[in-house]
Design a protein around this ligand. Structure first.
Ligand SMILES: Cc1cc2nc3c(=O)[nH]c(=O)nc-3n(C[C@H](O)[C@H](O)[C@H](O)COP(=O)(O)OP(=O)(O)OC[C@H]3O[C@@H](n4cnc5c(N)ncnc54)[C@H](O)[C@@H]3O)c2cc1C
Length: 343
């Protein structure tokens, strides 16, 4: 389960029925009062026993990437069921050992669907496993709505490969490419296909421009469903409000949901450096817990959070990935001011 900042209560029990998840009547302006607020069930692998613990405060840091893969949906008779080759998601690929990965890639025609970090790293793996006369090029399918922004935009041959993004820099649609990505593309070991839609046929995949490609393996680099993962651990009514109103989390300072008491979320704001964004937020949270400063009222947090979301919505069409890249200096200044320190 998610990490808690309190210690397990002395009354942790095994196999007890779930009790009330949240004790009512708690105010956000007093984060830690020494009494349990959340009860969490913990189940260890290979055990059917649930252990219940009570915490004053829970910090959720279960990550946005991993655990629940995003799998595209297909029309009838155009899905994985008709494809004769192998299909897997990057979540399955990363579980393969070296030998199994080589077996999957070497000498096979592989299509990678997606155009962000997992897909880019994977394309290089595939190209390197397919060197020499017997090697087959890897095809990267770039979906219409998924654009690549390189950190070194002006230095990279994006136009040459038809990869120049249409969107502005104001989003977290940034991926740092591995060193030899463009070298492999130059050698013809990675080829690119842009499509708005695609689906399976018996021997490969077909695109909305009526072209088809034959392939042995399709690897979906289509990302993860971090929001669904969060929903699996939150009880109602919080589960339903977590992605209101725009399908993203409305977090004050990227950490606190104004309507979810005694819980914080770390790791849910992306930036050019996620580690930096999370480190600053962890420090802010530690000071909040240490009562070095107080949260504003719920109303002010809601108002401020909605204002930031609205600004993001107007700034970038990729606002559904909470991103501090464009406003990171401003946000860091505000957080520092609140916790009374300078960066
Ligand atoms: C291919 C790829 C490349 C990336 N490259 C970069 C990069 O170069 N730079 C960068 O800043 N970021 C990068 N990221 C993003 C990176 O994942 C995050 O920056 C970082 O891992 C976030 O750390 P985290 O601790 O929040 O989450 P995670 O590292 O995802 O850790 C979450 C942990 O929680 C566990 N967990 C999940 N659910 C539960 C549960 N119910 N109970 C208990 N435990 C649970 C998970 O098993 C996992 O161990 C990349 C992501 C991907 C997928």
């Amino acid at each position: 389960m998610a990490g808690g900042s309190g210690r397990p209560s002395d009354e942790a029990t095994t196999g007890d029925p779930p009790m009330e998840q949240v004790r009512a009547g708690y105010c956000w302006d007093r984060p830690s009062q020494g009494r349990p607020v959340w009860e969490m069930a913990v189940q260890t692998k290979d055990s059917n026993n649930l252990k219940w613990y009570a915490f004053e405060f829970v910090v959720v840091c279960i990550g946005q990437y991993g655990d629940i893969p995003k799998i595209p949906e297909f029309p009838n008779n155009k899905g994985p069921e008709i494809f004769k080759g192998k299909i897997l998601h990057t979540i399955d690929y990363c579980k393969l050992n070296k030998e199994a990965a080589s077996q999957l890639l070497e000498g096979n025609k592989v299509v990678v669907v997606g155009y962000k970090k997992s897909a880019i790293d994977l394309a290089v793996d595939i190209a390197q496993a397919n060197q020499g006369a017997e090697g087959k090029p890897c095809t990267m399918v770039r979906l219409g709505v998924s654009k690549l922004m390189e950190s070194l935009l002006w230095k990279l041959p994006l136009k040459k490969y038809g990869l120049k993004p249409d969107h502005r820099f104001a989003s977290c649609q940034i991926a740092t490419v591995p060193e030899n990505f463009f070298a492999e593309a130059d050698k013809g070991n990675i080829v690119f296909k842009r499509a708005s839609e695609w689906w399976f046929w018996e021997e490969g995949i077909e695109f909305d421009d009526n072209t088809k490609t034959k392939t042995d393996v399709v690897i979906l680099g289509t990302g993860y469903n971090g929001m669904e993962k969060l929903k699996t651990i939150l009880p109602e009514p919080f589960r339903s409000m977590i992605d209101y109103p725009y399908g993203i989390m409305a977090l004050y300072r990227g950490i606190i949901h104004p309507l979810i008491p005694n819980m914080a979320f770390v790791g849910y704001v992306e930036s050019v450096s996620n580690i930096r964004a999370s480190e600053l937020r962890s420090k802010w949270l530690a000071r909040l817990m240490g009562e070095k400063f107080k949260l504003p009222s719920t109303e002010i947090m809601v108002e401020q959070t909605l204002r930031v979301m609205e600004l993001m919505r107007r700034t970038t069409k990729f606002f559904k990935r909470p991103c501090a890249a464009t406003f990171s200096i401003n946000q860091a200044d505000e957080m520092c001011e609140e916790m009374g320190c300078q960066l």
